[in-house]
Design a protein around this ligand. Sequence first.
Ligand SMILES: [Zn+2]
Length: 157
Amino acid sequence: MVIQEDYDLAVAAESFRSVFLEAIDLRGYYPYIDAISYCSKGYFFKKYNKESAMATLPHPLALIGVRGKASKILVFPGAFVPQFTLDDFLGCLLHHEGEHAKDFYENSANVINIFRKSIRRTRELKAYTNQMRRINQGIHSSAYVPSILERMNQALL
Ligand SMILES: [Zn+2]
């Protein structure tokens, strides 16, 4: 389990981020997520970092229709936002990326079409809706909603 002070430390100190990510309680998303890794270099960093702060990598077998395979989640430096609270961060990690991981786990027969743009947009819309459903709980910062709306607009272009 992690607390707000852990998130603040991870924002301030890059060397703490891997430890922080390993300590996160995945709650109901536990079966769907195999690992959460900090990613600040390499192939996936180059591929995804510009367009998002986190990315869900489906298990290779999920891509050919095998169900019940957990995904890996990559977390890029841009996910550590000083204005964000721990709940904001977890909203992105669990209620957005976790929702993608759940989709890949349960519904992977459709995932063969992952690279088709319309399917990507549908998948993003589903994850953002899941994430936004929680904004009335009063746990998020004032920076969270504008930031999510901005990311949502980018993703649905
Ligand atoms: Zn997404």
